[in-house]
Ligand binder design. Structure first.
Ligand SMILES: C[S@@+](CC[C@H](N)C(=O)[O-])C[C@H]1O[C@@H](n2cnc3c(N)ncnc32)[C@H](O)[C@@H]1O
Length: 135
């Protein structure tokens, strides 16, 4: 890992304890909102295999899993993934959580139907690498 990436990881590990906590009291409402947005984006009733990169506390991944889809959440920060796992347990959502770097993510052709992320690109030193890997 580069020195920059080490600093970025340190920052997100640190942020994991308070990230999004101001919305914890309305997690159900947030999940319902994301479910309705995601159903408009997906345009299919079939089960999709999806991966959310930079999942953080996992709210988006949990929302999609609650709709019956197969969802993997990837994040650079193990601390963030622990928060995502706790949220998934609380909401009884079955998501696979994997530590990984968006700029090196080993996505195989045909492995997923849907790759998505929210608030990730700005924190990547080389966002084009992630975009090319997911294209
Ligand atoms: C602004 S937060 C967004 C979290 C979540 N997607 C959301 O919308 O609340 C950025 C997330 O990206 C993760 N992240 C940062 N660099 C990453 C990288 N190179 N690969 C994967 N995840 C990364 C951070 O650990 C953090 O969880």
């Amino acid at each position: 890992m580069t020195e920059n990436k080490d600093k970025i990881l340190e920052y997100w590990d640190f942020r994991s304890s308070d990230y999004h906590t101001e919305y914890a009291h309305c997690m159900d409402e947030e999940i319902d909102l994301w479910k309705s947005i995601l159903s408009e984006i997906l345009l299919t009733d079939k089960k999709v295999r999806a991966v959310e990169v930079g999942t953080g506390h996992g709210i988006l991944a949990i929302s999609l899993a609650a709709m019956g889809h197969d969802v993997t959440g990837v994040d650079l920060s193990e601390c963030m993934l622990e928060k995502a796992a706790a949220n998934a347990r609380e909401k009884e959502a079955n998501i696979l959580l994997v530590q990984g770097d968006a700029e090196e993510i080993p996505l195989k052709d045909g492995e997923y139907d849907f790759v998505f992320s929210k608030y990730l690109l700005w924190t990547l030193p080389q966002p084009d690498k992630f975009l090319l890997l997911t294209y």
